[in-house]
Write a protein that binds this ligand. Structure first.
Ligand code: URA
Length: 391
């Protein structure tokens, strides 16, 4: 067993965290000098970075077994290495940006899992000296040998990293999400949109209704004889309609009776939503042409959308037909909004919507602002290249 020491100056602004040395690293006693290092070197050249810009470290400091599987390192030993990693970072002079590559490094540094979701996002890490350091995770270069089509997103991440290391702050979008409107707030928003909107983005949420069902009686146990209440899922329905026409502001309308408390108020809310959707201004949204527009046309809502023009999913398809089009992926490439899709999920049951309604409403507002940013970005990209005609 040979420990591979960290490489680079303690004064480096950039810190690269790998997983565990492989064969070449073990042989040469330096991190990232094998095939993974070769891939990184190529990307760094493309974006104007070089090896000497980095302090390079690994979570596990030696090659554990011939299979290069970090999972074979015992859990408590790995935990020990995570502790040491945080200590090593705290010993650095003044790092500005840390790049964890792959799941092991991401989890060790910030405790998040799912590198494909979190890559390209901008996070803050508080080190053991209390310093706040910017973090931009990316995919481990070795993953490219299995999944070559991820190269575009890796290069985009490294482009962001090269640019973000020139400043310390996170520069995240500052947005206000207005989530509990009264009817008069909604009317004011309508007047404002009528006067000022150049593109009105909207997004609906359609969670299934949670139903409490009585399900027979307990057959065993101390509480024998008590009715058992089971939560089950009923029909999907529109519970939120969000809007944005400025990147820094969203307006979300709850469309449930639970929110408005009486039928008349709910009807008035829908009347104003219909007026908003009937404005002549171009409308837009992410996947809204296939999803939101038909939902709104359902007889329960009877809310046609006038002049629906810009769909960020379709615009992204026009931009690069071979790429993925999910919003969280597009946002990681073209906006500075960190990954937020889990904010709508129940943390205990990730497949269900969160029961924290305010969080759900803010999530909806964020989606609207991000879709607007994406539409702006795609329109200028395609416009500059005379390619809007293909949309
Ligand atoms: N992969 C890693 O995670 N680290 C290295 O040093 C080399 C390959």
């Amino acid at each position: 067993m040979r420990v591979v020491p960290d490489d680079g100056y303690r004064s480096a602004r950039l810190v690269l965290i790998g997983e565990m040395p492989a064969q070449h690293e073990e042989a040469q006693g330096r991190p990232f000098v094998g095939p993974s290092g070769g891939v990184l070197a190529k990307w760094w050249r493309d974006v104007g970075l070089q090896r000497s810009d980095f302090y390079i470290t690994n979570v596990v400091p030696y090659r554990h077994n011939k299979a290069n599987k970090v999972e074979s390192v015992p859990w408590d030993e790995r935990q020990q290495y995570v502790e040491e990693l945080h200590d090593r970072i705290a010993a650095l002079d003044d790092p500005w940006l840390i790049v964890p590559t792959g799941n092991t490094a991401l989890q060790a540094l910030v405790g998040k899992t799912g590198i494909t979701r979190h890559r390209g996002s901008i996070y803050a890490y508080r080190d053991r000296r209390g310093r706040i350091i910017k973090v931009i995770p990316t995919i481990h270069p070795a993953a490219l040998f299995r999944t070559p089509y991820w190269e575009k997103r890796c290069i985009m991440d490294w482009r962001r990293i090269a640019s973000d290391v020139t400043f310390r702050d996170l520069r995240l979008p500052e947005r206000e999400h207005f989530i509990k409107p009264s009817i008069s707030d909604l009317q004011d928003f309508y007047e404002d949109a009528k006067q000022r909107a150049k593109c009105l983005v909207f997004d609906i949420e359609t969670p299934r209704k949670k139903l409490q069902m009585q399900e027979g009686v307990y057959k065993s146990g101390k509480r024998k004889g008590l009715p058992k209440i089971k939560t089950t899922l009923g029909d999907a329905r529109i519970t939120l309609v969000g809007f944005s026409f400025e990147s820094h502001f969203s307006f979300t309308v709850d469309t449930t009776l639970e929110y408005w408390r009486d039928e008349q108020q709910l009807k008035e809310a829908w009347d104003v939503i219909r007026l908003l959707m009937a404005l002549p201004v171009p409308k837009g949204g992410q996947n809204a042409y296939a999803f939101d527009v038909p939902w709104l046309l359902e007889p329960d809502y009877a809310c046609p959308v006038t002049n629906f023009l810009w769909d960020s999913l379709c615009l992204n398809h026009t931009r690069d037909g071979r790429d993925d089009h999910a919003m969280h992926y597009q946002q990681s490439l073209y906006t500075r909004e960190p990954y937020h899709k889990d904010e709508a999920k129940d943390p205990d049951e990730m497949s269900k919507w969160t029961s924290d309604l305010d969080q759900f409403r803010r999530y909806n507002g964020k989606d609207c602002c991000v879709a607007l940013d994406l539409i702006d970005e795609h329109l200028s990209y395609l416009g500059e290249r005379n390619r809007l005609q293909f949309y």
